[in-house]
Design a protein around this ligand. Structure first.
Ligand SMILES: CC(=O)CC(=O)O
Length: 243
């Protein structure tokens, strides 16, 4: 007995990785370090018509304590502050490494996020919170912040880098034959509840890996950092520009 493909919402049949959105991510722990980099290096990673808003990089290391559908896992996202075609602030993510196959597939298929598989941890080591990102046996990113030294306002990150809850990516969808559709897709964090927000002295260290060349964004000066525990909803993306 064959089945009717019109009843299937995800591909391939029998091995769905991508959830129907929205999904809720509860107790998402995030270490974010903001650092200054070379404007020309950041610019070179951006698709037109996005414009670099500031020569800053946001390094986010997440520990997902309870993500619907995906489970419990580590994720990382390197982001650049940009202006969308309508002038609104957002973050473009050239590099994301994580250790959930479903979250890799969902980010790539639904939002066009260039997610790749790797190992990510975020844990305290004594009085320091340490985020580690590893792929191909190389520790390509280590971020740290002193453990809960100073409570901060929930919107500290947004004040430092406007648009930090909005992500924009270039999605390229294969169509018939060699035909493709190219579009910019925006994803907002919705219904955010901030349980804890801390700031303090922080560091970022990068190591070259040709598969995830974050080292192309050299660390000049750390401008700020937060350690947050939040709940958020991941909604469907919206197309804001077609090529
Ligand atoms: C929370 C995530 O899944 C990462 C992101 O979309 O920026």
């Amino acid at each position: 007995m064959t089945f009717d493909p019109r009843t299937i919402s995800g591909t391939p049949y029998g091995a769905p990785l991508v959830p129907p959105l929205p999904i809720r991510l509860r107790r998402t722990e995030i270490l974010t370090v903001v650092y200054e980099t070379d404007a020309a290096a950041a610019d070179a990673l951006l698709p037109q018509p996005l414009e670099l808003a500031a020569p800053l990089v946001l390094v986010n290391v997440y520990w997902m304590h309870d993500a619907e559908f995906f489970g419990v896992y580590g994720e990382s996202a390197v982001q650049l502050p940009v202006r969308l075609p309508d002038g609104a602030p957002a973050m473009y993510s050239p590099f994301l490494v994580l250790d959930s196959d479903a979250a890799v597939a969902a980010g790539r298929e639904l939002y066009g996020q260039p997610k790749k598989a790797g190992r990510v941890t975020l844990r305290p080591d004594g009085d320091l919170l340490v985020g580690r990102v590893e792929r191909n046996g190389i520790d390509l990113l280590t971020a740290t912040i002193c453990w809960k030294q100073q409570a901060c306002a929930p919107d500290l990150l947004e004040a430092l880098v406007p648009g930090s809850g909005t992500n924009v990516n270039l999605r390229v969808l294969p169509l018939d034959g060699a035909d493709v559709r190219r579009e910019l897709v925006v994803r907002d964090f919705e219904d955010v509840i901030v349980h804890e927000c801390w700031t303090g002295p922080a560091t970022v260290e990068l190591r070259p890996n040709a598969q995830v060349p974050i080292h192309q964004l050299p660390v000049r000066t750390v401008r700020g950092a937060t350690h947050r525990l939040i709940d958020l909803t991941l909604p469907p993306g919206r197309v804001i520009h077609r090529y």
